[in-house]
Design a protein around this ligand. Structure first.
Ligand code: BEZ
Length: 210
């Protein structure tokens, strides 16, 4: 069954390149990114894993743990890790789940039969400290993901979970945010004493650093 926004992220036990782990226990009360790959020893996946390894500090800054998955066996993951380090200049520094029986892939609906009956698509799940799913993305095998966009989205998710704001198109951290329409001007004055620009009654932009 599909895993949707707001659902509890299914728990599982899995064999990973860092040893066996239980997902919720490993995650604790951090944020987490669970992302799947179609196959080991494939070019796009190799670049993606190197890119994520290089972003370790960025994920840590955001209190976010990262875990990858592919349906190949653990021995392949260990072999492939050598290629990733050699070609991408960064060694795997997060666990990769080996899911040859597709237990996790099925739990998270990562196999899309009209794309492939056997391989996972490029799924991404961002999971909050409360273990609920905050974001899902699905890319085809042929398109590598943009991990700067993933960091940007995590910034937005974390901001909007703490403040009564939403973030506009193409927002990046530090840009003005939108005061949520449900908040009255009276209540907004208390939360945003710096004021805001009202372009329409429903479109109020606030500088959170102002
Ligand atoms: C890749 O990661 O390069 C890839 C994987 C499966 C199908 C096509 C490309």
């Amino acid at each position: 069954m599909a895993v949707r926004l707001g659902d509890e992220a299914p728990d599982f036990t899995a064999d990973t390149t860092d040893g066996e782990l239980r997902f919720h226990e490993w995650k604790g009360d951090s944020w987490a990114v669970l992302f799947s790959h179609p196959k080991d020893f494939t070019p796009v996946c190799t670049t993606e894993l190197g890119t994520v390894a290089k972003l370790k500090d960025e994920f840590e800054k955001r209190n976010t743990k990262v875990i990858g998955l592919s349906v190949d066996p653990i021995e392949d993951h260990h072999e492939w890790a050598k290629d990733i380090e050699e070609t991408q200049g960064a060694a795997l520094n997060f666990p990769m789940i080996a899911d040859p029986d597709r237990v996790v892939a099925d739990l998270y609906d990562m196999i899309h039969p009209n794309a492939s009956n056997t391989l996972t698509v490029r799924s991404v799940f961002v999971i909050g400290p409360d273990n609920t799913v905050k974001l899902t993305l699905t890319y085809p095998a042929s398109t590598g993901r943009n991990f700067q966009e993933l960091l940007r989205v995590i910034d937005s998710l974390q901001l909007t979970s703490e403040r009564k704001v939403a973030t506009p198109a193409d927002w990046t951290d530090g840009d003005r945010a939108i005061i949520v329409p449900a908040l009255s001007n009276e209540d907004a004055k208390e939360l945003f004493p710096q004021g805001w620009e009202e372009q329409k009654p429903y479109l109020r932009l606030v500088d959170l650093n102002g």
